[in-house]
Unconditional design. Structure first.
Length: 245
């Protein structure tokens, strides 16, 4: 496990983008697992900057972690729209190589199966993750068990409350989502989890230093052999580096 603590989010974003560049340069057909949320915005900004400096993304495949159920792809708070805004409209990844779960289809079970096929077909080289205040990764919420495969999830009250900052009213936040399961995340060759701000300090410390528990889904990353935590000073506040592994 590697932990990197940066002074600010821009530096952290640049570091994460450089890890993505390394993964892209190191594979003939690179596959990036991508995340949404305010934390990963500096990563996309710096990745776009690298593209403007000559990095080619035309041969990469991207697989997003999750999507709300019930929001059409053009809804501005859908993860489709987020990805378009922060990455896809700015770089040269062909649309046919971009995968995001579709939460607007009537047959959600079929959509989960379709997504697992895609994950099988394109093994992920680098998985970017954020972390929810309750420790969720993707939308794998704290529970008695963690689901391996892509599945439909009922969002926790905490997640709905937290994500309501992006909606006009909490009642507009979808209550369900499709998310990649933990198996796909753990099968990625390398994982980069980004977290910023003091409000994440407690859960970050639990995920990194605590026991591996299904009610702290991010703690499962301790089992992965190549995981890098990209933090700022705020989110690292409760880690004691003296105990670094
Ligand atoms: C959402 C996403 C997660 C993300 C989390 C944190 O719930 N499904 O993938 O990690 O938000 O978001 P933020 O970075 O805005 O705190």
């Amino acid at each position: 496990m590697v932990i990197r603590i940066f002074d600010n989010q821009d530096e952290a974003g640049l570091y994460a983008a450089s890890l993505a560049e390394r993964a892209i340069m190191g594979a003939a057909h690179p596959v990036l697992g991508l995340a949404t949320g305010s934390t990963v915005i500096p990563f996309y900004r710096e990745l776009v900057r690298l593209v403007q400096c000559g990095l080619d993304l035309s041969h990469i495949t991207t697989i997003n972690l999750d999507e709300y159920i019930g929001l059409p792809p053009h809804h501005e708070q859908s993860y489709h729209a987020f990805m378009k805004r922060h990455l896809f409209s700015r770089v040269n990844i062909p649309e046919s190589q971009v995968f995001i779960p579709d939460g607007s289809v009537p047959d959600l079970a079929a959509e989960c199966g379709r997504y697992d096929e895609i994950i099988r077909e394109y093994p992920i080289d680098l998985q970017i993750l954020g972390i929810g205040v309750n420790g969720h990764i993707g939308f794998n919420e704290p529970d008695d068990l963690l689901v391996s495969r892509t599945h439909v999830v009922e969002l926790s009250e905490e997640t709905i409350r937290s994500n309501s900052r992006f909606f006009a009213d909490v009642s507009e936040v979808p209550t369900r989502a499709i998310t990649m399961g933990v198996q796909a995340i753990l099968q990625a060759r390398q994982i980069v989890l980004m977290a910023f701000g003091e409000e994440k300090a407690h859960i970050v410390a639990k995920a990194i230093r605590g026991e591996v528990r299904t009610d702290i889904p991010a703690s499962i990353l301790q089992l992965h052999r190549d995981v890098i935590f990209v933090l700022d000073k705020g989110s690292a506040k409760e880690l004691s580096l003296a105990k670094d592994a």
